[in-house]
Design a protein around this ligand. Structure first.
Ligand code: ADP
Ligand code: MG
Length: 212
């Protein structure tokens, strides 16, 4: 078992996320129908389909920075709504943190994901408990860091991150939304799972599947 995260692995992560979004787009849209405007699944699917088309249609990005810049810019330019800039920023920040490298180790990957989380916060100002994608992403990044700090391998650490993201996603159900479109509903947002947090759980699951 090696903790090396290659460019091939990172591309597989992005492509795997696109596939999971495609498989789950109806559910994501249903969740957004309950507390938003019923477009989260189509938004994310449009963006990730464009990301895969760009990867298929061009030369392979030569570095992690180039790969994630391409992914982030594609999401920002093809996805309207809150999730385009937020997921776009997430990937752009991962790329900036990773740099012009063709390989990362587990810690480098975790540093990238933490930078992505910081970017989401800088952009959307979400805090814990606001019922957003933050509530799945922050616990996942924390779990990844904790596991790696206690000398777990990347596969074990990513498995812990998946569990944390899914728990965080489920924990959004009883929350009252304080950010984004769902916050307009006030008390009526309670009792529904946040769509963006659901997409984050898919993102982390795709990482665990691709980076082993
Ligand atoms: P829109 O709300 O513009 O229709 P989407 O439906 O694609 O965009 O995305 C909605 C998701 O975006 C929410 O479920 C939530 O997770 C996330 N979101 C909205 N606002 C914020 C914010 N300020 N910070 C973090 N995430 C947010
Ligand atoms: Mg929406």
């Amino acid at each position: 078992m090696s903790d090396a995260v290659t460019l091939t692995g990172l591309q597989a992560w992005v492509r795997g996320f696109a596939a999971l979004i495609g498989e789950n787009k109806e559910q994501l849209t249903q969740l957004d129908a309950a507390i938003g405007d019923a477009d989260h699944g189509t938004n994310m699917d449009r963006g990730m389909t464009a990301v895969v088309a760009a990867l298929d249609g061009g030369a392979s990005p030569p570095s992690a920075a180039a790969l994630f810049k391409q992914v982030g810019m594609t999401l920002v330019s093809t996805v309207g709504g809150a999730s385009g800039p937020l997921f776009g920023t997430l990937f752009l920040r991962i790329g900036t943190a990773a740099g012009e490298v063709t390989e990362l180790d587990g810690k480098g990957f975790a540093i990238g994901l933490r930078a992505g989380l910081d970017g989401v916060v800088a952009r959307g100002k979400a805090e814990a408990g606001d019922k957003t994608m933050y509530d799945a992403l922050a616990p996942a990044v924390d779990a990844l860091d904790e596991a790696l700090a206690s000398s777990a391998g990347l596969d074990t650490a990513l498995a812990a991150a998946v569990l944390a993201a899914e728990r965080g996603r489920d924990a959004t159900i009883p929350m009252l939304a304080r950010k984004g479109r769902a916050s307009y509903l006030g008390e009526r947002s309670v009792g529904h799972q946040d769509p963006g947090a659901t997409s984050i759980a898919l993102l982390v699951r795709a990482a665990a599947d691709a980076l082993r």
